[in-house]
Design a protein around this ligand. Structure first.
Ligand SMILES: Cc1cc2nc3c(=O)[nH]c(=O)nc-3n(C[C@H](O)[C@H](O)[C@H](O)COP(=O)(O)O)c2cc1C
Length: 317
């Protein structure tokens, strides 16, 4: 392969890849090849921009260069959140047009926008006007239930705007995060895009950005390499396979206890991470106990039990 490997971006993941996680696991994330991250979405409601706490994830020093993301269906409300991102110093921002949750999409936000291309166009217009040409991007899926929606109805609309990129997760909203990614329809939509395309979905991050590009090239050819790769769960799992993962997790737990009020949100946060790490061989034994833990102390016992004394975690994950 002659060209440099496309950069690898950490996907936005509310509840999993927030600032505290990106900080705690910055070293493994960077070593796994993450060159930048998208923030979990900041909601843009019609009643005006949310309060300061909604921007906590994008405030202050960032461990990885960050693209803040918003979600909404009202162009003026989206523009208002984008202006706050801009005032915070961000030159780039992203719109979530892929969130699959029925409560979100049935209200016309997230992936619901895929079924309303004329509204999506107005939001893109507001986004490009606010952030400037080439500084606004959109993250999409194939459709809500119909996987041809993106290529047929949405790409022609996105093509009218000078976007930084379009990140495509080739599943429908109905599929949520399971079932196979549809590469045929991904390529159909990617080929139809006048804007740079970012591929997102089920990427195995072992070996970093160069290995991802090499695997892609072997399967699909170098001509079809996207402008960037975006990985969510694969990068989170790569962090779990890191040699210092246990130590970093315990520190993350401590930091979370300091940051959050009461044990319930802390437990939710750490359990979400350990549930994702079930697929990492060295963490598989931790989950059955961790999921039953009722207190941070019980979580610590579950973590310790997965790494009995004298059995050092292996580098190989
Ligand atoms: C727990 C969780 C939270 C997510 N939060 C967001 C979000 O805030 N914004 C967004 O655009 N996508 C969100 N996603 C979707 C991911 O960005 C990504 O598209 C999806 O996980 C598929 O990529 P992966 O297979 O690399 O994980 C979320 C996914 C998960 C699993």
């Amino acid at each position: 392969m002659n060209r440099a490997a496309p950069p690898l971006i950490l996907a936005p993941m509310r509840g999993l890849a927030m600032l505290a996680f990106r900080r705690a696991f910055a070293e493994p994330l960077r070593e796994a090849g993450a060159a930048a991250a998208y923030s979990p979405f900041v909601p843009a409601g019609a009643g005006g921009p949310p309060g300061r706490s909604a921007f906590a994830d994008v405030a202050g020093p960032q461990p990885l260069p960050l693209v803040p993301q918003t979600i909404g269906k009202n162009p003026a409300a989206v523009a208002a959140v984008l202006r706050i991102f801009k005032d915070m110093g961000y030159a780039r921002a992203d719109l979530n047009a892929g969130c699959p949750f029925p409560m979100v999409r049935k209200k016309g936000r997230g992936s619901g926008l895929l079924e309303n291309p004329s509204l999506l166009a107005r939001i893109c217009e507001a986004g490009v006007e606010t952030m400037g040409p080439g500084n606004f991007s959109v993250k999409v899926r194939l459709g809500v239930a119909d996987p041809d929606t993106l290529a047929r109805d949405v790409m022609p609309v996105l093509d009218r705007f000078p976007l930084a990129c379009v990140a495509i997760h080739p599943r429908t909203a109905v599929q949520m995060y399971g079932g196979a990614v549809d590469m045929e329809r991904y390529f159909r939509a990617a080929r139809a895009s006048a804007n740079p395309v970012v591929y997102n979905g089920d990427l195995d991050c072992a070996g970093g950005a160069a290995a991802i590009a090499a695997r892609w090239t072997a399967l699909y050819g170098a001509d079809s390499l996207p402008a960037a790769f975006m990985a969510g769960r694969g990068l989170v799992r790569a962090a779990g396979a890191h040699a210092r993962a246990k130590e970093l997790l315990l520190r993350y737990l401590e930091d979370s206890e300091r940051e959050m009020s009461g044990p319930a949100p802390v437990m939710g946060r750490i359990k979400e991470l350990l549930a994702c790490w079930r697929a990492v061989p060295r963490w598989a034994a931790c989950w059955p106990r961790a999921k039953l833990a009722r207190t941070p102390a019980e979580l610590r016992v579950a973590v310790a039990s997965a790494f009995p004394a004298g059995r050092q975690p292996l580098n190989a994950g």
